[in-house]
Design a protein around this ligand. Structure first.
Ligand code: C5P
Length: 234
């Protein structure tokens, strides 16, 4: 499985997102479309960006009863995205339903990855509000294992957890990791961050990078720097 850099298109509308992508003339980066852009512009934004030649990770984090998720995933697979996701907390029957829904008549399907615990959920909140008493690390690994056993392709996790996830679920199980910052860059609102080079070293398969690229003075150069550090190891 080839490593790649995924740019988080955290823009509020079509004009901003396409204006940003117009800056990339010679390369078509893999991009992540999240809830904000999708809910603002609907499925057309996915078709349009796909038509421009980009691979798309549609980050909608589905979680509902198995039948509903299965039907929704069938719609997403017809949108021809390359990767999408759901919450592992929806449990194995939902994850298996999602895979069925995603699978196209020709047997192909987008990659399906699971969110384990959101990084915004602290161990304290998990204990006090979700009534889960186990250490968060154990919960994340257990959710990842459920996802792997349900047939999913990987998880979204901190790059710092990527090595451990591979240890528990196998090297072929994908780790898609946000929380990336350049060594000389701003951390912003992320707390546990890693450089692209370090993420490569730990074994992430895909890094998801937002502001270090989208807010850079030269986004194309920032993207290339990520590719050099993470994909090429230079
Ligand atoms: O701008 P930044 O690089 O922090 O963007 C990271 C992207 O990854 C955002 O789209 C954010 O929503 C997403 N993400 C994250 N942490 C998670 C899951 C997703 O930062 N645990």
């Amino acid at each position: 499985m080839g490593k790649d850099v995924i740019i988080a298109l955290d823009f509020k509308n079509r004009a901003e997102a396409l204006g940003f992508l117009d800056r990339f003339e010679n390369v078509k980066p893999f991009v992540k479309i999240g809830m904000e852009l999708f809910y603002a512009e609907g499925p057309d934004i996915v078709r349009e960006i796909k038509k421009r030649g980009h691979k798309i990770f549609l980050d909608l984090k589905l979680c509902d009863i198995p039948n509903t998720v299965k039907s929704a995933m069938a719609v997403l697979s017809r949108l021809d995205v390359d990767m999408t996701n759901l919450h592992a907390s929806g449990a194995s029957e939902m994850m298996k339903g999602a895979l069925e829904g995603l699978t196209r008549p020709d047997g192909s399907r987008p990659l399906l990855i699971a969110v384990t615990q959101l990084t915004s959920t602290s161990e304290e909140r998990m204990r006090n509000e979700l009534l889960i008493d186990r250490p968060i690390d154990e919960v994340v690994m257990s959710y990842a294992k459920n996802a792997a056993e349900s047939g999913l392709d990987g998880v979204v996790c901190s790059p710092l957890e990527a090595g451990k996830v591979h240890g528990v679920c196998g090297e072929g199980f994908l780790t898609v990791t946000p929380g990336i910052r350049f060594a000389d860059g701003d951390i912003g609102d992320q707390s546990r961050v890693t450089t692209p080079a370090k993420a490569r070293e730990i074994g992430s398969d895909y890094i998801v990078v937002g502001r270090p690229i989208t807010a850079a003075a030269d986004p194309v150069a920032a993207y290339e720097r990520c590719v050099n550090e993470f994909v090429k190891g230079i």
